[in-house]
Design a protein around this ligand. Structure first.
Ligand SMILES: [Ca+2]
Ligand SMILES: [Ca+2]
Ligand SMILES: [Ca+2]
Ligand SMILES: [Ca+2]
Length: 213
């Protein structure tokens, strides 16, 4: 005697023993076997995380959290994070994916960080991993002092008979901040008795009155 399933085994859910007539539920077994495999990759909640941070953010501040999910179970779904870009300014907590500031930022030194965070599941035999990008823009604050450079302490010899309006010197101060925090204006504040004037914008110092020694 030979047994067969009357409508065939359409989606291979059932298998019948030709001699024995014993019906097996193949798909159930297969699903069971599959669930023991690490067959789900990690998926980050975003492929790119964009952050804007003020350059005076305190060390130790948590600034963002990256998260990856894994549809497997147990160790095959337990996620571990690692910052794979070599920087000192940021760290990523291996268990939570929280990003911390680890060292002072300085917009004048570096204003952009393009970081990669890798997430692994903890399958001991065949771990999956996935990569996300964390783009950090450092926002300027007005934290740079003006620097007069070599003209910080300028000594000039001026002939007594120089005509009014003659240019004596051009002072140049620099400020590395952005916007108004980096704008330089000049003014004379003492010791000039209206004999000199300075252009507010250019720093050009001119003779404004009569010199008499
Ligand atoms: Ca997995
Ligand atoms: Ca700075
Ligand atoms: Ca400044
Ligand atoms: Ca600044």
């Amino acid at each position: 005697m030979v047994y067969a399933l009357s409508k065939g085994s359409v989606d291979s859910v059932f298998k019948i023993g030709l001699e024995s007539g014993v019906l097996e539920v193949v798909a159930e077994l297969d699903r069971e076997r599959r669930s023991k495999l690490n067959d789900n990759a990690l998926v980050f909640s975003q492929s790119i995380y964009n952050l804007n941070l003020l350059e005076n953010v305190n060390n130790g501040t948590s600034v963002a959290q990256v998260t990856a999910v894994d549809k497997d179970s147990g160790l095959k779904a337990k996620v571990t994070y690692k910052l794979v870009t070599n920087v000192e300014e940021f760290t990523v907590d291996r268990d939570t994916g929280i990003i911390y500031v680890a060292k002072s930022l300085d917009r004048e030194r570096r204003d952009l960080y393009d970081l990669r965070v890798r997430a692994w599941d903890n399958d001991p035999e065949n771990p999956f991993s996935s990569l996300a990008r964390v783009l950090i823009t450092v926002i300027d604050i007005n934290d740079c002092p003006l620097d007069f450079g070599i003209s910080n302490n300028l000594k000039l010899d001026v002939p007594e008979d120089l005509p009014r309006g003659a240019i004596l010197a051009t002072l140049q101060a620099t400020d590395q901040d952005m916007g108004v925090g980096g704008q330089v204006t000049y003014s004379l504040i003492s010791g000039h008795d209206n004999a000199f004037r300075i252009d507010q914008e250019t720093g050009v110092v001119r003779l404004a009155g009569d010199l008499d020694f």
